[in-house]
Structures are given as C-alpha cells and as structure tokens.
Write a protein that binds this ligand. Structure first.
Ligand SMILES: [Zn+2]
Ligand SMILES: [Zn+2]
Length: 299
C-alpha cells in the first residue's frame, strides 16, 4: 500500500513526501538536493543525491536497497546515504545480500554521521545530525540511537560595526586581515524522525527552524502508554512543547493510518490552542498541485 504524496511549500522551502506511522515515511527537499528517510522510494527520492536516514525501522528504511539499485540509471551516480555508525554494517550486509539475490550489487555510498558533527553539502548548506529519543536495540543488545537532521543555510553577513562603510574602505580592512564578515546560520528545515520528547527540543536548530517536521503518532487520550512504550509523540505533549518553539511552520507527520485528519486537527487545536494553529499543519493535508504530473510509483 502506498500513500498519496503531499507537497508543502513555505517561502523558498519545498517538501515532498508521505508519512504514515508503521507504513512509510520519506520526505524530500528537491531544491536542497536532499531527503529524509526512505520508507518507500518513488521518483522524488531517487532524484536527490543525499538521503539522511533517521533510524532503521522498516517504515523509514525499506527503500534503501531500491534507492541504490535505481540510482545508477540516473547520471550513473550512486547517491549518498547518511546514517548512525551503528547501522552501517547491517546495511552493508543487506546490500550484499540484495546483490546476491539480484545478480549484481548496486554501487552504494553509506556514510556514518554522529550527533553534532555537521555534514557540509555545499559552502552555503550543511546538515546537522542530532540525537532524538527513539532508540532501538540490536540482537546483541547494543542500543542504536535515532537521529534527527537539520538542513542549515550558512550565510555571511557584514559585521555590524562595518555596515555603512564604502567598498574601498572594506577592501582596506580585508587587506589588513580583519574579519569583516560574520557567519550566520539559518536552520531551514529540521526533521525529528520518530521520537518521544527529549532534550533536543532545546537545540537552536530545532527551536529556531523555519520549518519543523515533527511526528505526532497518537491522538487518542487512551494511547499515551503506547506513545511512551514506542517512544513516539502523543498530541498531548504538544501542549508543553509548541510554546517553546519559534518555528515559523510546524508540519506534523507520522499519524497512524486509522486517524482521520479532521480528528487529528481538532486534537491538536485542543492541545495547543487557537493562537498557534495557523503555523501548524499536517503534511498529509497538503495535496500536490495539479499542474505537476502525478508521481509514478516504481514497479
Ligand atoms: Zn516510524
Ligand atoms: Zn521508528
């Protein structure tokens, strides 16, 4: 079963994807040439060069082998997938086995990333991994932390004290080796993957993100124990969390497939109040614009 992809647009940020708890989650930012998770692997995911994997659950990672096998038809470039170091060996083994089954092993690039160590994609764009609260356990009982990711635009700005100076004066300062610019980071879109509440909500790249993708798996008041047990978000948690977020838009994802959007919206309204509702939406509410051709599913 696949779910209709949605298209969310806020200023220059465009996100394409689908996210349903336990079924599939993939979200792509085509203009940034990156995606978050690959629970399924339609054309929109194949078209970006960088995929950041939050954790290894099937609904987020089922498309890993498919991504690499199909990527070779696009520019002959394998693409790169970033994940927690504890997952690398397992995915290498998975790709080896697929190679055995398929007759040829697709070229792949798996890169280990750790919380706090930025991945520079371009001079003006980096991705910052951070730890969220959705750990899983390997058979040898090793704990594998789940990751969230923030795509951060890096800008250079003239330092305040030099603003207003004419070009030649600035050139003179530069010649003297004076740093006339300062670095400014703008978290464009931050993806929290699957997660229960945790200290990561205090990170600037989460709190100040222009667009925050946040899971909201459960809305039924009787399902709080399920949220706690599976380390997921319950709509009630938003009551405390949302007031601390300065995000321009909060896009909720990962609803259970049995939850009607209208019910979810009302539950969110009850939790956060009317004032915050204009900046909150569900990814599934955003339908793709009609003039774009429908996304074709790979066979
Ligand atoms: Zn999930
Ligand atoms: Zn999960």
């Amino acid at each position: 079963m696949s779910f209709a992809p949605a298209e969310f647009i806020h200023e220059q940020i465009r996100l394409l994807g689908a996210s349903v708890a336990g079924a599939e989650t993939y979200i792509v930012a085509p203009e940034l040439n990156l995606g978050f998770d690959v629970g399924r692997c339609p054309d929109s995911v194949l078209n970006v060069d960088h995929i950041f994997l939050s954790h290894g659950h099937m609904d987020h990672a089922a498309g890993v082998a498919y991504y690499f096998s199909q990527r070779m038809f696009i520019d002959n470039a394998p693409g790169t997938m970033y994940m927690h170091p504890a997952l690398i060996d397992s995915f290498e083994a998975l790709l080896r086995l697929w190679g055995e089954i398929d007759g040829s092993k697709p070229e792949s690039r798996l890169v280990a990333v750790e919380p706090g160590r930025d991945v520079e994609l371009r001079r003006d764009l980096l991705v910052r991994p951070f730890e969220v609260n959705h750990p899983s356990r390997k058979p040898d009982r090793t704990i594998v932390p789940a990751l969230g990711f923030s795509a951060v635009e890096v800008r250079k700005r003239l330092r305040e004290e030099y603003q207003g100076l004419a070009g030649p004066a600035l050139v003179e300062l530069k010649k003297k080796g004076i740093a006339i610019e300062q670095r400014l980071e703008v978290p464009l879109v931050t993806y929290c993957g699957d997660t229960a509440p945790g200290p990561f909500f205090d990170l600037p790249c989460v709190r100040e993100a222009k667009v925050l993708l946040l899971e909201c798996t459960f809305i039924d008041p009787d399902h709080k124990h399920r949220a706690r047990g599976g380390r997921h978000m319950h709509v009630e948690y938003l009551r405390e969390i949302v007031p601390h977020l300065n995000c321009e838009k909060i896009v909720l994802i990962h609803l259970s497939r049995r939850t009607a959007l209208q019910d979810a919206r009302e539950a969110v309204r009850r939790a956060v109040g009317d004032a915050d509702m204009p900046r909150i939406s569900f990814l599934a509410e955003h339908r793709r614009r009609k003039k774009r051709p429908p996304e074709s599913d790979p066979t």
